[in-house]
Design a protein around this ligand. Sequence first.
Ligand code: HEM
Length: 436
Amino acid sequence: MTEPVDERPAERSPEAEKAAPSRRKLLGWGGAGLALGAVAAGGTATAMRSGDTAPADADAAAGAAVPFHGAHQAGIATAVQDRLHFAAFDVTTDDREALISLLKEWTKAAAAMTAGDAVGDGAVGGLAEAPPDDTGEALGLPPSRLTLTFGVGPTLFAKDGKDRFGIKDRRPDALIDLPQFPGDNLDKARSGGDLCVQACADDPQVAVHAIRNLARIGFGKVAIRWSQLGFGKTSSTTPGAQTPRNMFGFKDGTENVAGDDPKSLEAHVWVPTSEAKGDAAWLAGGSYLVARRIRMHIETWDRTSLKEQEDVFGRDKAEGAPAGRTHERDAAHLPSMLPTAHVRLAHPDSNGGIRILRRGYSFTDGTDGLGRLDAGLFFLAYQRDVRHGFVPLQRKLARHDALNEYIQHVGSAVFAVPPGVRDTADWWGRALFTSA
Ligand code: HEM
């Protein structure tokens, strides 16, 4: 297997930095480096288009670039990276053309950063009198499988009844305002947003750099409304890889829509052309994202017996096997679980076949002032229609889940996620803002 090689020596003189402002170049590959990165990640020729499949042994290829262009946006079905920086933005301009030009600029910057290159003319080597185009903290770092996934929230279409950008009629029916669920304790300051960008990478500095540079490009047109850092992915789209564990110590992501299962992706994740009709046709091949900041009361959990912990989920802690079974991947036998067990309630057999693609991360944001960790799960789930995905699942979980004693939903947002950026002439949101 060929690994991408950084052409630059570990230590570089300031002169050398000036001569090569680009963040990183793949040795002798140029544009083809992206495709080779996908192959190095265990993908096939068809896997080179972003979002199409999750390379089976992607973890082995940490550092490679994930292709930005393709039928679907990367960061959904592609292999889950280790770190997250998620940002929700408010659009602060009312000027439609200014917003469109920002989205074009963002797309260009996103394509560069995901390839491991710097934004614009780079962080160094430009005019000494002007601030550099790139903030610089990712200089010398590999692409780290950075993916940037873009979405639009309900308030972009109309806010306080006002059609700010002439797209009110293009709001898809499925982009509903999420209902209030029992037990919700939502903080408005950590909810909603006109736009979102999910940055995932194997290096937190690369993810943070990406959001920071997008926010900087958007100065005067958008402002970050809230953001969330995440670590320790709590789901997997690559069933061959070891399942990660969540903050309660349980394997999380065992039963998930796999990135290399196109049939399930079509059935449960991508918006089909038949559903994206009329004014919502711009979303065909896209998806819907629900983001929930879920606080986990880990101090209470840590005083709970192992037996009760396992009963709460309906799976054992060591192996992750479903109750009454031996191995993690054994089929669940739902009657062996308590009626309130999380897995029993969330299982497709209990919900008319509903499946969602979970892509969440753990978070720990210091302490809450009462000596408890402000920790939990930043839940991210992609689906083709939230009305037949997250909403019915969460209605049931909010009422009956034994887990509710140990968790609380404190932030919430929903976004329509457009299909992939097809080529260098395409841009985030093009189909939404143009009639073609
Ligand atoms: C802090 C909150 C949560 C924790 C700690 C948690 C944890 C887990 C764990 C450990 C599993 C079993 C392993 C697996 O198959 O992934 C699981 C399964 C699952 N969870 Fe959650 N979860 C949480 C919230 C949610 C929410 C809000 C939803 C959806 C509304 C959800 C939907 C699911 C689904 C669909 C499954 C797979 C069930 C199956 O097919 O067997 N979870 N979760």
